[in-house]
Design a protein around this ligand. Structure first.
Ligand SMILES: NC(=O)c1ccc[n+]([C@@H]2O[C@H](COP(=O)([O-])OP(=O)(O)OC[C@H]3O[C@@H](n4cnc5c(N)ncnc54)[C@H](OP(=O)(O)O)[C@@H]3O)[C@@H](O)[C@H]2O)c1
Length: 211
């Protein structure tokens, strides 16, 4: 598929890029600094672009089948997450034909029990509240948008690790193991994201995955 990927220099985005290239998709990476993209492959193109430039984003997503964002804001500028959501929604909504939009979200808005979100739990770290709230605000942008979106919230913990290809998915509830822990390797998250692109199960929906 023709995939346009934002955030490919990031912790999660790098792994999404590797997974997409290994599966033979035609990937166009959009980077603020293309020299930071070290991957090389015949099915990879790298172009310059910035998510704070709506007109540029509009032109870049046109012609894509799927647009993926693994964007993260700088600390202290978490409001950019919802701004980027509005930019992406407008861009894919105006493109003809409209691509599917798959975004890396946050786990803070997932539920741990009826009406109880991860961000509301007493042990949720205070320093993560701004980014968690930013993803909750962005989720509202996607949820109410008339585009083909998927908001893929990682497990509570996501970090570089092994690619096992084994994971469990959920929709609005945090996925935990028998000990109550919620974690996923970034490699398995990337595998789950590409699986969702190839065999959609969560269109116009939130989803999550954990090992
Ligand atoms: N458990 C959880 O819920 C959880 C855990 C971890 C992460 N996350 C979320 O997952 C997402 C990705 O996290 P990460 O750790 O992979 O992030 P990261 O390593 O900080 O990477 C962020 C990416 O965003 C790009 N970016 C920043 N500003 C941009 C702009 N204006 N235009 C285009 N690209 C821009 C960066 O590009 P440059 O190279 O140009 O800076 C980089 O590729 C974030 O939204 C984060 O909040 C959620």
């Amino acid at each position: 598929m023709k995939i346009v990927l934002f955030g490919a220099t990031g912790m999660i985005g790098q792994r999404v890029l590797t997974e997409a290239l290994n599966r033979g998709h035609a990937v166009t990476v959009v980077a603020r600094d293309p020299s930071k993209v070290t991957a090389q492959a015949p099915n990879l193109s790298v172009v310059r672009g910035d998510l704070s430039d709506p007109a540029r984003v509009q032109s870049l997503v046109t012609g894509a089948e799927v647009v993926v964002s693994a964007f993260a804001p700088p600390q202290g500028h978490e409001g950019q997450v919802a701004d980027v959501a509005r930019t992406l929604v407008r861009a894919v909504g105006a493109a003809e034909p409209p691509p599917r939009l798959v975004v890396v979200g946050g786990a803070g808005g997932l539920e741990v029990g009826p009406g109880v979100r991860v961000i509301d739990t007493p042990t949720f770290p205070a320093f993560l509240k701004p980014i968690a709230q930013a993803h909750i605000d962005a989720y509202e942008v996607y949820r109410t948008a008339n585009v083909d979106w998927t908001f893929f919230a990682p497990a509570a913990l996501i970090q570089p690790g092994q690619r096992t290809g084994r994971y469990r998915t959920g929709r609005d509830q945090l996925v935990v193991d028998d000990a109550g822990n919620s974690s996923i390797s970034a490699e398995d998250y990337a595998a789950a994201l590409l699986d969702e692109i190839e065999k959609p199960q969560f269109r116009r929906s939130r989803m999550t995955a954990a090992n």
